[in-house]
Design a protein around this ligand. Structure first.
Ligand code: 4AD
Length: 441
C-alpha cells in the first residue's frame, strides 16, 4: 500500500482511488490516508456508525467506521460527496478485509435524501434511462462503463501489437458508404458543406481504405450515425464502431482471423475457454440448417434462400447450431450487400463477406474483401447508382494507382459491451444513448 501511496504522491497530487486502495495488500500497520467518494449508505449504531464509500472505480465500497462521538454525522446522507481522513486497517468484518477508521471528514457536496432519485432501492433500467446524467452513479452502470473502457484499451493494445495504426476518420462526409439510405443529412443553417450535400458518417470504411493504401494496416474506433427507425435492443442512432482495413489481403480468412483475434484478445478469459477457431459456415449452409430446424423451432420468419437472416435466426445459429459460440456466416447473396464487396468467382452470385454472430446479441461484426479492380468497381457503382455526382472519384483513384487486394471489417462496440457484461440492451452500454430519435441530453 505504501508503494501505491508513494507512487500517487510522487506523480500526482491526488489521493488514491478506492480501486487503488483495494489493489494493495491489506495493511499490517494502520496507514494514514485521505480518500474521496460518495456515500452509498449509512448505518448508525449506539457507539459506532458505519458508512460505505464508493467512487465508481470498483464494484465494492470502502467501509468507513466512525467511532469518535464528537463527530456530527447528520450531513452524511446517501449521495453526498465527501473527503474522509483516517487510518486504513485490516478489518475483522466478514464482508471486507480492510476498513477506514475515520478521524475527520468533510462534506464536499450535500445531497438531499428526500429529492435524490438514486436511492439504494432497486431502480429499473427504464427508470434509469430517464436519468442518463445520474445513472452511472449506480454500481451496475459504473461497472458497464468501466468494462467499456477496458475493452477499448484491449483493442488498442491488440492492434498496436499487430502492427496497425489508429486513424482518425471524418464525421462529416459526402456519401452514404453502406448505401442503406440511413445517413443523417445535416440541416439548416448548413444544409450543405459549401455546395456539397453533407451527412454524418455511417462508416469509416471508405476513408480507411484510402489510408490502408498508404499504411497497410489501419483501424479506428469512432462514432457512426444511422437514422434507423428500429428501436431494438441492438440499435442506436449514434454508436461506436471498431473498423480495421488490411492491404494485401486476398483471402476472406485473413479478415476473419483478424476479427476473431482481436475479439478473443479482449474477451474475459472465463468466457472464452475453447481454443479451437470459431466455426465458419456459408449463408447457404446456414439457411439449410435453419430450414431443417423449422418449424420445430418457431422463428418469426420462415428461413428461405435469398432472404436476409433475421435476428432470431442469427441468435439460433450462435446459440444452438454453434453450441453457444460465435460463428462466422460467409458468402451472402450479392443482392443484399453494398457496391464495394468483392464477388465470389464461383458463379453463385455471392460476395466474399461475413457476418460474425454471437449468442444473445446476434450480429456483432461484418466484413468483406473489397473490389480492388478499377473496371469491375466502376461497373458495380453503375449498377448500384453510386458515384453519380462523381463524389467517389477519389475512391476510384485508389484502384487507379497501386491497388492491392484488401478487406476489412466493422464491429459494433456497444454490442460487444452488451455481450461481455451480460446487458440486455445496447442503450445501457454507452454513457449517453441516442436511439430512434430519442435522447434526453
Ligand atoms: O454491417 P455494418 O453496416 O458494416 C459496415 O458499416 C461496414 N462498412 C464496416 C466495415 O467493413 N468497415 O456495421 C458493422 C457493425 C454491425 O455488425 C453491428 O454490430 C454494428 O456495426 N451496427 C450497429 N450497432 C449499433 N447500432 C446500430 N444502428 C448499428 N448498425 C450497425
Amino acid at each position: 500500500l505504501s508503494a501505491i501511496l508513494g507512487r500517487s504522491r510522487r506523480y500526482s497530487t491526488l489521493p488514491p482511488t478506492i480501486r487503488q486502495l483495494f489493489a494493495a495488500p491489506v495493511p499490517t500497520d494502520p496507514t494514514e490516508i485521505t480518500v474521496n467518494g460518495w456515500i452509498k449508505s449509512v448505518r448508525r449504531q449506539k457507539r459506532m456508525s458505519f458508512a460505505v464509500l464508493a467512487d465508481g472505480t470498483t464494484d465494492d465500497g470502502l467501509q468507513a467506521v466512525f467511532s469518535d462521538p464528537t463527530l456530527d454525522l447528520d450531513s452524511l446522507t446517501t449521495g453526498a460527496s465527501v473527503r474522509l481522513e483516517g487510518a486504513l486497517v485490516g478489518s475483522p468484518g466478514a464482508r471486507q478485509d480492510r476498513e477506514l477508521q475515520v478521524r475527520s471528514f468533510s462534506v464536499v457536496g450535500q445531497c438531499d435524501p428526500e429529492s435524490y432519485p438514486i436511492q439504494r432501492k432497486e431502480l429499473s433500467t427504464e427508470f434509469l434511462r430517464t436519468l442518463p446524467h445520474l445513472r452511472t452513479r449506480t454500481q451496475a452502470h459504473a461497472h458497464i462503463i468501466r468494462e467499456r473502457d477496458r475493452l477499448m484499451r484491449g483493442f488498442h493494445s491488440y492492434f498496436e501489437t499487430n502492427g496497425f495504426y489508429h486513424i482518425h476518420t471524418p464525421a462529416l462526409t459526402q456519401n452514404d458508404c453502406e448505401g442503406g439510405g440511413e445517413a443523417f443529412a445535416l440541416a439548416a443553417p448548413a444544409p450543405d458543406m459549401f455546395g456539397h450535400p453533407a451527412y454524418l458518417t455511417v462508416s469509416a470504411q471508405l476513408h480507411l481504405e484510402a489510408m490502408a493504401a498508404a499504411l497497410p494496416r489501419v483501424y479506428t474506433l469512432s462514432p457512426a450515425f444511422r437514422a434507423e427507425s428500429s428501436a431494438t435492443s441492438r440499435h442506436l442512432s449514434e454508436f461506436w464502431m471498431l473498423e480495421a482495413e488490411l492491404a494485401f489481403a486476398d483471402s476472406l480468412e485473413d479478415i476473419m482471423a483478424l476479427t476473431e483475434g482481436c475479439v478473443r484478445a479482449v474477451l474475459p478469459k472465463a468466457s472464452d475457454t475453447d481454443p479451437s477457431p470459431w466455426p465458419r459456415i456459408t449463408y447457404a449452409q446456414a439457411v439449410d440448417a435453419l430450414a431443417a430446424a423449422h418449424p420445430q423451432v418457431k422463428f418469426e420468419y420462415e428461413p428461405r434462400h435469398g432472404d436476409p437472416l433475421r435476428s432470431d435466426h442469427e441468435r439460433w445459429l450462435a446459440e444452438v447450431w454453434a453450441n453457444d459460440r460465435p460463428v462466422f456466416v460467409t458468402s451472402y447473396p450479392a443482392a443484399h450487400k453494398p457496391f464495394y464487396m468483392l464477388p465470389n468467382d464461383d458463379g453463385t452470385d455471392t460476395v466474399a463477406c461475413f457476418d460474425l454472430l454471437i449468442p444473445r446479441v446476434g450480429e456483432l461484426a461484418g466484413g468483406s474483401l473489397r473490389e480492388h479492380r478499377l473496371d469491375r468497381l466502376q461497373d458495380a457503382m453503375k449498377r448500384h447508382g453510386v458515384n453519380e455526382r462523381g463524389e467517389l472519384e477519389w475512391y476510384l483513384d485508389l484502384r487507379r494507382w497501386g491497388s492491392t487486394p484488401h478487406g476489412g471489417f466493422g464491429l459494433g462496440f456497444e454490442r460487444l459491451v452488451a455481450f461481455v457484461t451480460g446487458t440486455e440492451s445496447v442503450k445501457e452500454c454507452v454513457p449517453f444513448p441516442r436511439w430512434a430519435g430519442r435522447w434526453l441530453m
